[in-house]
Design a protein around this ligand. Structure first.
Ligand code: AMP
Length: 514
């Protein structure tokens, strides 16, 4: 039964079924069949074992949109080790922090980057050499359903990225639902729009490889022109953040019926607005359109809302977004009000087979889980052991419309910027580490075309704000760098003595628009 499979088992099953008859991967001008990709992954796995002197426990993957990235991911899975994707677009200091926090034995690189950890470098020439030759004998994978499959690091409000480990059984529960739902199989051609550091990439890779479909990877430039990519690559299954549709819409690329090959269009990672959904639907009227939702902690996505074929039948929530819908089978949810009692509108808390086992650093668990005792929530203080009965607090505020959950926003200072999860607290903490900064606040202001723009304010003796922002850029990804930094004498406070974010938003917002 595939509920007990590891991630590699899903791929191996397709290798056994399809061998050289089906394409598994198209990337950077290269095409690999299932057998070809399997053999390459095994040869890379051999390199990892040789470099480490045995099976490594946790392996970083600093590679993107290349054969090395995908075959490297599979090589780590083949060994039953835990893969920790890193991002070549992030500052090396952030990747090095993650490598240290994750306790990596090895890092796979493509350009020899040194993160202070042993590494196996796989530039294109090395990959070309590994495409042929004998397949090494490898130690058997010791992974089972409760072993960790991957660890992803998300923005952390305390100033350090937070490690989210996901077990194989979480992934199997997820794949067991999405593969049949989206009718994936041989002949399906699946887009790969997400960074490997963002978990919908697990859908791209393993919904494809778990079903015998082809994973088709656009290069960075093609990502900006989705209609051209879909047509060039004859994509049948699309999945991206709504921001990609928004860019295409702004460039007037979403012309009626312009993506005839698409059968399925999925959007996730941030709110899908009705205008974006309408424009995509007009461009791909033969495709079924779904909004799917979930935090990394619940394994990719765990609610779904299928839009009816006729837009005249679409729901119209007051906030103009497509509902996030209903939970997948096997997942449970509650909506709790501020007093911790079930309500129609409030915080969404969740558990079930897709719930992660707890943060890599158990200190991060405190406050993020709860138990229901006599119908009232008791928040996890981090002392007692976490069990599968604990509910994970998503921090998302939801309501209900005709039986479907509607996303109403966040209850904290987490937000999405072009699909990237950002804790304002992490940026504030990085600002506070700069010399001459005494207090710091980061706000999300409405930017151009409905997108969010970050504005920072600080007190202290800072005189060169451009230099300060440059120092932030050495530590944080580009999407976390505020567009402006204003030095104030004092920060406005509210009646409780806390920073008055509303009045600061008005002040910085008017400076911003004026
Ligand atoms: P991540 O862990 O990066 O997947 O981010 C998870 C968060 O993104 C959720 O808790 C939501 O706040 C937001 N999110 C994800 N999918 C959706 C969606 N379909 N609609 C609205 N918000 C979403």
């Amino acid at each position: 039964m595939n509920a007990t499979w590891t991630m590699y088992d899903w791929f191996a099953d397709s290798v056994a079924r399809h061998g050289d008859r089906e394409i598994a991967l198209e990337v950077a001008g290269e095409t690999l069949t299932y057998s070809g990709l399997d053999a390459l992954a095994a040869r890379i796995a051999g390199e990892l074992v040789a470099a480490h002197g045995g099976t490594p426990r946790r392996v970083g993957l600093l590679a993107a949109r290349s054969t090395a990235a995908y075959a490297g991911y599979l090589a780590v899975q083949r060994l039953g080790a835990v893969v920790v994707p890193l991002n070549p677009a992030w500052p090396p200091a952030r990747n090095a922090t993650i490598a240290a926090d994750a306790g990596l034995d090895l890092v796979i690189t493509e350009d020899g980057t040194d993160l202070g950890t042993s590494s196996v470098d796989l530039p294109a020439e090395r990959i070309a050499a590994l495409r042929t030759g004998p397949v090494p004998d490898l130690p058997p994978s010791g992974a089972g359903p409760d072993s960790l499959a991957y660890i992803l690091f998300t923005s952390g409000s305390t100033g350090r990225p937070k490690g989210v480990p996901i077990a194989h059984r979480n992934v199997s529960a997820y794949l067991g639902h999405v593969i049949p739902r989206y009718e994936l199989g041989p002949g399906s051609r699946v887009s790969q729009t997400f960074d490997l550091t963002f978990d919908p990439s697990v859908y791209d890779m393993f919904a494809a490889w778990g079903s015998g479909a082809a994973l088709v990877v656009p290069d960075k430039k093609e990502l900006l022109t989705p209609v051209l990519f879909v047509n060039r690559a004859r994509i049948t299954h699309w999945n991206s953040v709504p921001s990609v549709a928004s860019i295409a819409m702004r460039l007037r690329a979403l012309r009626p019926d312009s993506m005839p090959t698409l059968r399925w269009s999925l959007f996730c990672g941030e709110a899908l607005t009705l205008p974006h959904a309408r424009a995509w639907h007009a461009a791909a009227p033969q495709s079924v359109l779904e909004n799917i939702y979930g935090p990394t902690e619940m394994t990719v996505t765990w609610t779904e809302f299928r839009l009816p074929a006729d837009p005249a039948d679409w729901p119209a929530p007051a906030n103009g977004t497509v509902p996030i819908g209903t939970p997948y089978p096997g997942q449970e949810h509650l909506v709790l009000d501020e007093s911790g009692r079930p309500a129609d509108t409030g915080e969404l808390v969740v558990r079930g087979t897709q719930r992660f086992p707890g943060y890599l650093d158990p200190a991060d668990d405190a406050g993020r889980f709860l138990r229901m005792v006599d119908g009232v929530a008791v928040v996890h203080d981090g002392e007692e052991p976490l069990t599968r009965d604990h509910w994970y607090r998503t921090g998302d505020r939801v309501g209900l419309l005709d039986g479907a959950l509607v996303h109403l926003g966040r209850l904290d200072h987490q937000l999405k910027i072009r699909g990237y999860r950002v804790e304002l607290g992490e940026i504030e903490s990085a600002l506070l580490d700069l010399p001459d900064v005494v207090e710091a606040v980061v706000l999300a202001l409405p930017g151009v075309a409905g997108e969010v723009e970050l504005a920072a304010a600080c007190t202290g003796g800072l005189d060169d704000t451009a230099a300060a922002l440059e120092r932030l850029a050495a530590r944080l990804p580009a999407y976390m760098i505020p567009a402006s930094l204003t030095v104030l004498d004092t920060l406005p406070l509210n009646a409780n003595g806390k920073v008055d974010r509303a009045s600061l938003t008005a002040e910085l917002g008017s400076a911003h628009t004026g």
